[in-house]
Design a protein around this ligand. Structure first.
Ligand SMILES: *[C@@H]1O[C@H](CO)[C@@H](O)[C@H](O)[C@H]1NC(C)=O
Ligand SMILES: *[C@@H]1O[C@H](CO)[C@@H](O)[C@H](O)[C@H]1NC(C)=O
Ligand SMILES: *[C@@H]1O[C@H](CO)[C@@H](O)[C@H](O)[C@H]1NC(C)=O
Ligand SMILES: *[C@@H]1O[C@H](CO)[C@@H](O)[C@H](O)[C@H]1NC(C)=O
Ligand SMILES: *[C@@H]1O[C@H](CO)[C@@H](O)[C@H](O)[C@H]1NC(C)=O
Ligand SMILES: *[C@@H]1O[C@H](CO)[C@@H](O)[C@H](O)[C@H]1NC(C)=O
Length: 935
């Protein structure tokens, strides 16, 4: 029976939470208010009507037996809008990842006294990451998980993050953050995961990071997955030894991070490393033996560095799923520890680490050259020792990975001599698939042992000295899909038992000394699509083949009856014929065919989860295609563009990019002049681009370029991006470019004042790009044709930022040197390492041209032999005290000689081969400025 006392109690129980939770409710409604677009009506039930209990709203979790909100989880809900300024007072977790929120990360989020997990990854958040002004209480006392990946955050990583002492996970990857990694982060003693990959970070990696005594995952760069945002982090110097040897570190990921120096030669502490990726850096010295003590190490990528010496014998190769040391200068015979037993410790303790390990390692395995031939990557291992100087006998590698794994071994392009013994194929036992590449070594003897490896799917041994005949028993390799033995010394006949190889897709036996006829049973090989027997001594008829119809695969066999493929009916003109032969000799075409075939074959064997990944990419591509078509015909403009600037007008005014309007061509595309209204001229640069990779990234990059303004930079007014065409719109400059100006110096006198103005203008523009603008920009292609002039001969630098733009948005961004021969700094040309000092070099070359009226590779230098440029010429004249001969004749007669000589000295220091001697652009600009007042 309800007494009045009971009723009162009931009332109190109802009212207390209601009163204390009204603030929570208000904050939730403010969040709903801030959402401008909710296409899936996720927040439809979030209503101010008093009858609705906010603890039951979608995504809301309240503290037990209270109405205070404990968590808001609305990931992947398609929400757009800004983030609200306030959070519920007792909120522990906020997950708004995978939405479309824009604007800044509210400072209040980072100041919440209760928040433990904040996940705003994969939104469109922008601006710098700011903390509330620090007062007495430290911000973010409880914050353990901070994920802000895949947004558009700019500026530096704030050192104030170090005040969030509880941080365990800090994921800032895939933003536009720049500057150095703050030293203060080393104070985060609880940090387990730090991911700063795919930003624009620079500078040295602070050794203070070693203060994170619990760090398990450190991801500094990650250029891996295609179709995603590319990597621009480029650090300076070496990976500090203290950081590389943090005892708790399990995943160390810094491929293509611009690191140099050496790896620490010893370590003081035990090693927990499981996955190390330092591939594609500039690391020199030996592979440190202590890696052999890392018993859990299963992934090691040190490829494409400058490592030398031998492989440490202690390294437990047989236990490693992925080992890549290709493209180094490693040498010596090859020892692998024999009696190794793999540690069976799994990553059980830490879901977080496991997640990173799987993600990063999985990507690398999927990307291996054997592709999906290796099947399920969780049961695959790949070891790549190719492109080194390993010599002596072939190694014998025993794998300890259990049964039914597949294995790829690349030993190609080394100096292995010796023969192929049965011991080499020890790893075949118990394997379900094997792919081996031994091409381009000095191996000799017979190939008989190959047929003992019954799991063999691909075997390459081209360009060796193998001799003897191809054993009949090769017909027992039922899994064999690809066999490449080109360029050996093989003799005898092609066995009829090849026809047993039902899976065979690629068979290349060209450039050997095989004789006899091609067995007619080859027509039974249904999968065979590349069959190359060119340049042997074969005779008889070419059997009917199901796929191969390319007659170039049969040339060079004088006794073979003529080929009747579809190509045979086309009469070859002599030049056509020669072209084909050249192609054959270059063996370029066949290689790419093999690749096609392997890719095709991959599709059939793909396991279901790889399929899922493919589907995902297809979906992504569709999505991108949709965005592109959606944008067709739109011109995006930055501030102050008149209405005449639109797509139709541009097409009309350039007469649909007609040659009459062409005013220049360059590495990034052709430029057209367009008069949009009487007297209103623009220059339209039509970008020579391939397939798009990241539209969002393109927008972000181009918006950055659009913001950059300087007196001596051409102004980017707008851009258009469409399915077939992408172009940039600049202000038009009527004075042509510096290339023509220099060219005309022979016939027209130029004055010191003109030369001086152009030189200082360009120097200031470059100094600005290097030092004063954000992000800092390295031009990478300074040359006279990229310097434009107006009527008064003021100079303007163009094409800045395009090297990066192209790289960011193209699927096949080249990592090649972007510059132009004759202007590229020697260290850039040889190492592809770009720095602001490479621009300084190119500027020096332009300065030399401007003073002499000669081109960098002037025809008059040919008398001095190859490789002689304006730089060598200038140096030679200076050494021989014939400086006056350097200058354009009119100039030397009229200009102040002291200043002219000083300017030559500046140019000489800019073009010094030593980076240390080369001044910075800021110093150059300052020195040129001084010159105005001297004598
Ligand atoms: C995402 O938000 C932006 C505004 O920031 C808006 O223009 C765009 O349409 C939104 N996209 C989606 C898919 O809602
Ligand atoms: C967001 O981050 C939190 C904390 O790291 C995590 O628990 C949650 O799963 C993440 N959300 C998504 C959608 O991944
Ligand atoms: C190893 O320990 C010594 C002395 O304790 C120290 O000086 C050195 O820096 C440590 N090396 C590394 C790589 O941590
Ligand atoms: C090894 O690394 C190089 C790049 O450094 C890459 O081209 C190659 O495909 C890698 N090998 C394997 C087996 O993944
Ligand atoms: C391999 O080369 C080494 C030195 O380059 C030589 O001593 C050795 O005899 C060679 N072995 C064979 C089998 O040719
Ligand atoms: C090929 O083998 C023959 C013997 O069968 C030998 O005389 C010849 O020198 C070898 N050629 C090469 C290039 O090794």
């Amino acid at each position: 029976m309800a007494t009045p006392y009971h009723l009162l109690l009931l009332l109190l129980l109802l009212l207390v939470p209601l009163a204390s939770s009204s603030a929570d409710r208000e904050v939730l409604l403010a969040l709903k208010e801030a959402v401008t677009n909710d296409p899936a009506a996720v927040l439809s039930a979030w209503s101010s009507s008093s009858s609705s209990d906010h603890c039951h709203w979608r995504g809301v979790t309240c503290h037990p037996s209270s109405s205070a909100v404990a968590a808001i989880d609305l990931p992947a809900a398609s929400l757009s809008g800004a983030l609200p300024a306030l959070l519920p007072p007792r909120l522990l977790r906020l997950d708004l990842s995978l939405n479309n929120f824009s604007g800044p990360v509210p400072a209040a989020f980072l100041a919440s006294p209760t928040l433990r997990a904040l996940n705003l990854s994969s939104n469109r958040l922008s601006g710098p990451l700011t903390f509330p002004p620090s007062n007495s209480s430290p911000p973010c006392p409880a914050l353990a998980h901070l994920r802000l990946a895949a947004n558009f955050l700019v500026g530096q990583i704030p050192a104030a993050l170090a005040q969030c002492r509880a941080l365990r996970v800090l994921d800032l990857s895939r933003n536009v953050l720049e500057g150095a990694l703050p030293r203060a982060l080393g104070r985060l003693a609880a940090l387990r995961v730090l991911d700063v990959s795919r930003n624009s970070l620079t500078d040295r990696i602070p050794q203070e990071l070693a203060g994170c005594r619990d760090l398990a995952v450190l991801v500094l760069t990650d250029p891996a997955s295609p179709g995603d945002q590319p990597e621009f982090n480029a650090f300076l110097g070496l990976l500090p030894p203290e950081v590389a040897t943090i005892p708790t570190l399990q995943v160390l990921w810094a491929p293509r991070a611009n690191l140099d120096g050496r790896l620490p030669s010893y370590r003081n502490s035990s090693c927990s490393l499981r996955a190390v990726n330092l591939g594609q850096n500039y690391i020199a010295g030996p592979v440190p033996p202590w890696l052999g003590e890392c018993g859990d190490l299963t992934f090691l990528d040190l490829s494409s560095n400058s490592l030398e010496g031998s492989m440490p014998a202690q390294l437990n190769i047989g236990c490693m799923k992925y080992l890549n040391v290709s493209r180094n200068s490693l040498s010596g015979p090859f020892l692998s520890s024999m009696d190794s037993v793999c540690s069976s410790r799994l990553i059980d303790d830490d879901v977080l680490v496991y997640h990173y390990y799987q993600g990063l390692v999985g990507n690398a395995l999927i990307g291996n050259p054997f592709g999906s031939m290796l099947g399920d990557i969780t049961r695959a291992a790949v070891h790549d020792f190719s492109n080194n100087g390993f010599a002596g006998a072939l190694p014998s590698i025993d794998l300890h990975l259990g049964e039914n794994y597949s294995y790829g071994l690349l030993l190609n392009s080394n100096a292995f001599n010796g023969t192929l013994s049965g011991g080499f194929f020890g790893f075949c036992k118990g394997a379900s698939g094997i792919a081996v590449n031994l091409s381009s070594n000095q191996l000799s003897g017979s190939l008989d042992m190959v047929s003992t490896c019954t799991a063999l799917q691909a075997f390459e041994a081209a360009e060796n000295k193998f001799s003897g005949s191809i054993s009949h028993s090769i017909g027992d390799l039922h899994l064999l899909r690809s066999l490449i033995l080109s360029g050996n010394n093989l003799t005898g006949e092609i066995a009829g038992r090849f026809a047993n190889l039902a899976a065979l897709e690629v068979l290349m036996l060209d450039h050997n000394r095989l004789s006899g006829s091609i067995p007619p049973s080859f027509s039974e090989l249904a999968q065979l699509s590349v069959f190359d027997v060119s340049f042997n001594n074969l005779s008889g008829d070419i059997p009917y083949l199901r796929h191969s119809a390319d007659c170039t695969f049969f040339v060079g066999n004088p006794l073979l009856s003529s080929c009747l493929g579809p190509n045979a009916s086309v009469p070859l003109s002599p030049s056509n014929n020669r072209q084909k032969w050249t192609q054959r000799l270059g063996r370029h075409m066949t290689r790419s065919k093999i690749l096609m075939v392997i890719v095709a074959a991959a599709a059939t064997a793909i396991v279901s989860f790889i399929l899922a990944i493919v589907l995902f990419f297809v979906y992504e591509r569709r999505k991108r295609a949709k965005i592109v078509s959606f944008r067709r015909k739109a011109v995006v403009t930055f501030a102050d563009a008149p209405p005449e600037l639109n797509f139709d007008n541009l097409i009309r005014a350039t007469s649909n990019f007609s040659i009459q309007n062409l005013i220049g061509t360059g590495g990034f595309g052709a430029t057209y002049k367009a008069e949009l209204a009487p007297g209103y001229l623009v220059a339209v640069k039509r970008l020579a681009m391939g397939r798009f990779q990241g539209l969002q990234q393109f927008d972000a990059e181009i918006a950055t370029l659009g913001r950059i303004r300087h007196r001596n930079l051409v102004t980017l007014i707008g851009y258009h991006i469409g399915a077939s065409d992408t172009f940039l719109i600049y202000n038009y400059l009527s004075g042509g470019n510096l290339e023509s100006f220099i060219h005309e110096m022979g016939s027209k006198r130029v004055s010191w004042a003109e030369v001086y103005t152009i030189a200082t203008d360009v120097a200031q523009a470059l100094a600005f790009l290097h030092c004063a603008c954000t992000p800092r920009i390295i031009h990478r292609d300074i040359k006279p044709s990229n310097i434009l002039l107006d009527e008064d001969l003021n100079a303007y630098l163009s094409d800045f930022g395009l090297a990066r733009l192209i790289e960011v948005t193209q699927t096949h961004a080249t990592t090649d040197v972007a510059g132009t021969f004759g202007y590229v700094a020697p260290e850039y040309a040889t190492t592809c390492r770009v720095s602001d000092k490479s621009d300084v070099y190119s500027f020096g070359v332009v300065l030399l041209e401007l003073m002499s009226g000669k081109r960098s590779l002037d025809p008059s230098f040919s008398q001095f032999g190859d490789g002689f440029t304006i730089v060598t010429w200038g140096r030679m004249l200076m050494q021989e005290d014939r400086t006056s001969e350097f200058f354009s004749p009119g100039l030397w007669d009229t200009a102040p000689k002291y200043r002219l000589t000083e300017m030559l000295k500046i140019a000489a220091s800019c073009t010094s081969e030593s980076l240390a001697i080369r001044p910075s652009m800021r110093q150059v600009a300052a020195r040129l400025k001084q010159l105005r007042n001297e004598q």
